[in-house]
Design a protein around this ligand. Structure first.
Ligand SMILES: NC(=O)C1=CN([C@@H]2O[C@H](COP(=O)(O)OP(=O)(O)OC[C@H]3O[C@@H](n4cnc5c(N)ncnc54)[C@H](O)[C@@H]3O)[C@@H](O)[C@H]2O)[C@@H](O)CC1
Ligand SMILES: Nc1ncnc2c1ncn2[C@@H]1O[C@H](COP(=O)(O)OP(=O)(O)O)[C@@H](O)[C@H]1O
Ligand SMILES: [K+]
Length: 500
């Protein structure tokens, strides 16, 4: 699913109006009806509801929503925040329609006009939408602050008032902090950026049948992975396949005290369909791997506690493997760096690079040019900062991410809520699955195993990253549904992986 910028969103509305065709007012009615259908599914008709409307089309939505909820007998109070002398045409039209069914529309010009908000009420925020062009100030700012202070449940229409759709806010901007954002048709970039979490809440999309052809041809680097899109990436297995069909992966993982990382990556690699797996670990990990992952072959490093790349059989020969995954639990010993140095030039196919392998790269940036093209790098934000440089805000981080992927022709999975997968062509796919239960040690190692398995099976790197990250998050969601997110372990995630 595409994520469009604010100008494209406006053009999409206009394209819908022109091509469907539909009158702007009827499109607003459709959007408001969609919102109301969502609202009645979530809040009973006894819910005391206060709707705050601005003077633009977001406010117009708010007035239409007020009328539609009143028709359904919700106890609704309407407040218009009068911050400017002029209203939009569709606001005025909906204002007239609302006045036909109630005289009781209140106006907020000064702070003293603000109502008291209680915990058992719902506030609908329709003050400012995608037309935001400057920080909220004056009475708009006072209203937003009052809503944020209140114990009421807050639902924003389209986007929280004060939040920009696709550009950074300043640190002191005043922005609604909603429990829910109910938006239209497509996600907005602001919704998937971690620092905006409290300005978005849970977000929901309402299909208002905007012009499909416009969406199909609109250029954008930003995508949001939908379940059907992820499922389409899945390779079907040939009935006459054998284990050779699904590749032979080599995992280089573990060091003394962190052999668990190798175990997790190995298990998830097997659970993700690899044909054959060899795990190369320091000597201290040999028996552990053999006993805990019997399906994998194990190769013992020449060193007792860290990876050096040497072994009794001459060390790992990456050329003989379909794919190499490196990083979980390896530490940053000088011998391990030397191994990485030797290894990179010998690998010709895309590999997976994670954790301390990334940290070693960031401390030895001359190695960047040795990373095999189309490899998948899986940094969390701190690792990504080490690979690049600090950023001021999520938008700057996104630019760094796209630049890095393009410059080094790699796929970068920047992990976190809505993990961002940047491709060598500069596109970014935001993941839609996962939950805070995954914020626990070892889940990143599991992801490395998953991605290594997919590359071994012949998935293209971008497809492997999009599908693997989606499936990993979905496994977390399945567990959270069954027993809640707290206490989830990385091993649980491996068990919950499903490829169907
Ligand atoms: N165009 C359409 O066909 C549709 C639009 N919809 C709604 O329309 C909204 C966009 O409407 P608008 O473009 O009128 O935008 P807004 O409703 O966000 O209002 C923009 C107006 O507020 C002013 N403004 C911007 N920042 C301000 C600030 N900080 N303080 C005070 N005033 C400020 C602008 O100068 C402009 O006059 C969407 O968010 C959505 O809710 C929906 O009804 C769906 C259909
Ligand atoms: N709040 C969250 N929502 C969704 N996914 C999350 C969240 N927190 C962490 N994750 C996922 O969990 C994994 C954590 O990986 P990482 O930080 O490398 O942990 P570790 O190094 O302990 O294995 C990543 O895939 C990340 O996207
Ligand atoms: K709003």
């Amino acid at each position: 699913m595409k994520i469009l910028n604010v100008d494209q969103i406006r053009a999409l509305d206009e394209s819908t109006i022109k091509h469907e065709p539909i009158a702007p007012l009827n499109l607003m009615e459709r959007a408001s009806m969609g919102f109301v259908n969502w609202f009645v599914d979530h809040f009973p008709a006894t819910t005391s509801t206060k709707i705050f409307c601005g003077l633009g089309n977001n406010g117009g939505d708010g007035l239409a929503i007020a009328r539609l909820l009143m028709e359904r007998d919700y106890p609704v109070e309407v407040y218009v925040v009068r911050y400017a002398p002029r209203e939009s045409d569709d606001f005025m039209h909906n204002h007239r329609r609302l006045k036909l069914i109630t005289e009781d529309v209140k106006y907020i010009e000064y702070s003293r006009d603000l109502p008291t908000l209680r915990h058992n009420e719902v506030v609908i925020d329709a003050i400012l939408g995608s037309g935001l062009s400057r920080p909220a100030d004056g009475i708009v700012k006072a209203t937003i602050e009052a809503i944020n202070r209140a114990p009421a449940t807050v639902v924003s229409v389209d986007i929280a008032s004060g939040l920009y759709v696709d550009q950074p806010n300043q640190a002191n901007d005043v922005i609604i902090e909603p429990d829910h954002t109910v938006s239209f048709q497509l996600p907005k970039l602001a919704f998937v950026l971690p620092k905006n979490g409290k300005y978005v809440g849970k977000w929901h999309l309402i299909d208002i049948q905007l012009h499909k052809r416009y969406i199909d041809i609109a250029p954008t680097p930003y995508y949001y992975t939908q379940p059907n899109e992820a499922r389409l990436l899945l390779h079907q297995r040939d009935r006459y396949s054998n284990k050779g069909t699904f590749g032979h992966a080599l995992l280089l993982a573990g060091s003394f005290g962190k052999i668990g990382a190798a175990v997790l990556a190995a298990r998830s690699c097997l659970r993700s369909g690899v044909g054959l797996l060899t795990v190369h670990v320091p000597q201290c990990g040999y028996s552990i791997i053999q006993a805990s992952v019997p399906e994998a072959m194990c190769e013992s490093d020449g060193h007792q506690t860290v990876l050096t790349g040497t072994s009794r059989v001459g060390g790992p020969q990456p050329v003989t493997y379909t794919t190499v995954g490196i990083g979980p639990g390896i530490g940053k010993a000088p011998e391990t760096l030397a191994m990485l140095r030797d290894l990179l030039p010998t690998i010709t196919r895309p590999m997976v690079i994670d954790a301390d392998a990334l940290n070693l790269l960031s401390e030895n940036r001359e190695l960047y040019s040795q990373i095999p093209q189309n490899s998948i790098l899986t940094p969390h934000p701190k690792e990504f900062e080490r690979l690049t440089k600090p950023w001021q805000n999520d938008y700057e981080k996104l630019d760094l991410l796209r630049d890095f992927a393009k410059t080094h022709r790699v796929v970068v999975v920047l992990k976190g809520a809505h993990s961002a997968i940047a491709t060598p062509t500069g596109d970014v796919h935001f993941n839609s699955t996962g939950n805070p239960g995954l914020s626990t040690g070892g889940t990143g190692d599991v992801l490395t195993g998953v991605l290594t398995a997919l590359l071994a099976q012949g998935y293209d790197s971008v497809e492997a990253a999009v599908l693997g990250v989606y499936a990993h998050g979905l496994a977390g969601d399945v567990i959270a549904d069954q027993r809640g997110p707290i206490g989830m372990t990385a091993s649980d995630v491996i068990d919950a992986l499903r490829w169907e």
